[in-house]
Design a protein around this ligand. Structure first.
Ligand code: C2E
Ligand code: MG
Ligand code: MG
Length: 393
């Protein structure tokens, strides 16, 4: 508490130094400060004041023996003709700035966000989505599409990736990009993850009865916060126990950025995930920032090369260098490498030629409903049997 108080005092001092003598600086909550400036300013002035505040907050705190750093996010709300003219109370004005801070934090660390009509609309829209999404999980409005993953060595489908969609009443089918980021702001994403694990394990238990399907894995996408503090292990255990699925057929995918966020905790939990026989893949590999030092230690089985790099394979030339590098890293670390977003035969051949292990993308199969994916996988298995018979005779 003593050092916390010292830091708060120091932040207050730095804020006062960053503004003009007539401006007002105060602390309004635990780690929240407010700056009120008077007189005409332009938006540029306000944003650069925000930046100055961030820069001064980021200078180190403490003494030589005990140095540490903080980051700050700034939200700006401006009322050029005064609060009365805007018809709002001081408390409402603070709430506007607070919304802008919230939006700034959503976009990452150390940002300045300005409150305007667009931000206001976005906040209302996102709140609406979040509220109906909470209902959606309970009302069975979520559905899983499954996209097959092809093993280039064995020449057969080896897995499917579970991709969530939302059949929103009155709206239609909503893709995950429009609601997963909103769910990720709260524990709602853990509920969705739990649901995905349960559904996936039910499918696994069903497929275990079919010789042509029983070798398949199902990979679910899991948010970093679910891994770090959302009870992922309990959710995996519950899904396995309730369905009787074989944990070795279950896989989870996490993006590198989410893993790196709290690498120590992620490593500890992933180790326990793998102890259960569940496999782990890093998704969208190459787009975030992985520390190479950590990558070696991370308990993972596979890397999925992001589709932006796979797309660049079509043009040949220099862009294939990145894919080659990612394959070298993955294989050098003894991991399986999966190419995502394969859309053309050319990309497929290029990945095969480079020694990629698995491929996934619309060129092979798009994400399909359970019944469609089953039909496709059974057809494929039968074709393969026939061609094996043919070559034997
Ligand atoms: P992701 O895990 O990298 O999933 C792959 C995305 O690429 C999917 O988009 C898939 O439909 C799309 N895709 C597959 N083949 C192709 C192709 O050949 N070309 C192109 N351009 N795209 C292809 P989708 O289903 O819209 O999912 C987007 C992202 O949403 C996923 O990226 C994943 O990060 C997230 N997501 C999906 N389902 C879940 C979930 O259940 N939980 C969580 N936490 N995130 C999910
Ligand atoms: Mg994925
Ligand atoms: Mg991906």
């Amino acid at each position: 508490h003593v050092s916390g108080d010292a830091v708060l005092t120091e932040v207050g001092r730095r804020l006062s130094a960053a503004v003009r003598p007539n401006d007002f600086v105060g602390r309004i909550g635990g780690d929240e400060f407010i700056v009120v400036t008077f007189g005409p300013t332009t938006e540029d002035d306000r944003v650069s004041l925000g930046r100055r505040i961030i820069e001064s907050s980021e200078l180190p705190y403490g003494d030589a023996d005990n140095l540490f750093a903080l980051s700050a996010s700034v939200g700006v709300a401006a009322f050029d003709d005064g609060l009365d003219a805007a018809g709002i109370t001081p408390l409402e004005a603070i709430r506007c700035a607070d919304s802008a801070v919230y939006a700034a934090k959503q976009r990452g660390r150390a940002r300045v966000e300005v409150y305007d009509a667009e931000l206001q609309q976005r906040i209302v829209r996102d709140a609406e989505v979040e509220m109906s999404l909470r209902q959606a999980v309970r009302n069975d409005e979520l559905v899983l599409d499954l996209q097959p993953v092809f093993d280039l060595n064995q020449q057969r489908f080896i897995a499917v990736e579970a991709l969530v969609r939302w059949d929103r009443p009155g709206v239609g089918r909503v893709p995950p990009g429009l609601f997963i980021p909103i769910a990720e702001r709260s524990s709602l994403i853990h509920e969705i993850g739990r649901w995905v694990l349960m559904q996936s394990c039910e499918v696994l238990a069903h497929w275990a009865q079919f010789p042509a399907l029983s070798h398949l894995r199902i990979a679910g996408n899991i948010a970093g916060s679910h891994l770090v503090d959302g009870g992922l292990l309990d959710d995996i255990d519950a899904a396995i126990a309730q369905t009787g699925a074989d944990p070795r057929r279950l896989a989870v995918e996490l993006t590198e950025t989410q893993l790196m966020h709290d690498i120590d905790r992620a490593t500890a939990v992933l180790r326990q995930v793998r102890e259960r026989g569940v496999t782990v893949a890093i998704d969208d590999f190459g787009t975030g920032y992985s520390s190479m030092a950590y990558l070696r230690e991370l308990p993972i089985d596979a890397l999925k090369i992001d589709r932006s790099f796979v797309a660049s394979l079509s043009d040949g030339g220099i862009d294939s260098t990145v894919v080659d590098a990612l394959l070298t890293i993955g294989h050098g670390l003894g991991r399986t490498v999966i190419g995502e977003g394969v859309e053309t035969q050319e990309q497929l051949e290029s990945l095969r030629h480079r020694g990629c292990d698995y491929v996934q993308g619309i060129h092979l199969a798009r994400p399909l409903s359970l019944s469609h994916v089953q039909a496709l996988l059974l057809d494929h298995a039968r074709d393969q049997m026939l061609s094996l018979d043919g070559s034997a005779s």
